[in-house]
Design a protein around this ligand. Structure first.
Ligand code: ATR
Length: 274
């Protein structure tokens, strides 16, 4: 049996053990997958110990994605561009291979929704790790990207770094109000504080709205706000979460599980009946 874990801090809230248990059942692969609390001081030692004991792979979540990236011996292209790792695989020779499946998780979820039109205009809110993790796959998928961030320099730095992969620019709020977008993606961490970036009403109301965060009944602070401003097509990031997990599972077990049935089950398990 192959052993896996997700490492983070905090980690108790993680849905990854549930998702991978469902993937194992669905594909008939006997795996074990547990949640592990990473230690701020000892994370690298913990991970090395975990692999020394024979584990085949790990998922990495906040706040350790950059440290896992630094620890790995080999990196996929999307991982190199994200400069952060959410999936590690131990190779036959013992070296650690790092991937980042967050971006492909997002892109596959947009495709599932029918929201991945070529050359569409995409506004991404935020220029932190969540944004950096998905820009390369979004540009590979031909999306025309505008990044907005409170701290303008961070958005500019990302646009410069990723310009060689496609169409990417930055905008301030005044510029955003004069444009329209097909898709708006919230990649800020503001929702964790119950807050959101305010946008011009007409910009929000005309776009498809995707929040990388998720909540029961899709009631994230940003999606609640978007609906209040007239947005009709709103989706949270639960499909992205299941998608990134599916591509990690594929890297480890050579089988891409079906995302939809697992997403349906998780959605139902989280649902609050009112
Ligand atoms: P993550 O890895 O989740 O992306 P991060 O790297 O800390 O976390 O990035 C958080 C993002 O949310 C950043 O874009 C941040 O904007 P700044 O770069 O200006 O800090 C954004 N964010 C967090 N708190 C915010 C706030 N109160 N108002 C606006 N943006 C905020």
């Amino acid at each position: 049996m192959n052993h896996y874990a997700v490492w983070g801090n905090p980690i108790a809230q993680s849905k990854s053990p549930r998702i991978h248990a469902l993937f194992g059942q669905q594909t008939g692969k006997a795996i074990s997958y547990v949640a592990k609390l990473g230690d701020e001081q000892q994370f690298e030692n913990q991970l090395q110990q975990f692999f020394a004991e024979g584990a085949k792979g790990a998922n990495i979540t906040a706040p350790f994605k950059e440290r896992a990236f630094a620890l790995a011996d080999l990196h996929s292209e999307s991982c190199l561009q994200a400069e952060a790792c959410n999936t590690l695989k131990r190779l036959e020779d013992g070296r650690l291979y790092a991937d980042n499946t967050d971006g492909v998780g997002l892109v596959s979820d947009l495709a599932r929704l029918g929201w991945l039109t070529p050359k569409q205009r995409v506004l991404i809110l935020g220029a932190g790790g969540a944004t950096k993790g998905v820009l390369y796959p979004l540009l590979q998928a031909g999306q025309q990207i505008t990044v907005y961030n409170r701290t303008v320099e961070k958005a500019v730095a990302l646009a410069e770094k990723f310009a060689k992969f496609g169409s990417i620019q930055t905008a301030c709020m005044a510029e955003i109000s004069e444009q329209s977008f097909d898709l708006i993606i919230n990649a800020t961490s503001l929702g964790l504080q119950g807050k959101y970036v305010e946008l011009p009403q007409q910009v929000l109301a005309q776009a498809k709205v995707y929040d990388m965060q998720y909540a029961p009944n899709m009631r994230t602070p940003f999606l609640n706000y978007a609906r209040s401003q007239g947005a009709i097509m709103c989706q949270d990031g639960l499909g992205m979460l299941v998608g990134q997990a599916a591509y990690a599972f594929k890297l480890w077990e050579d089988t891409l599980p079906e995302i939809e049935p697992v997403l349906r089950l998780l959605t139902a398990e989280m649902e609050i009946v009112t």
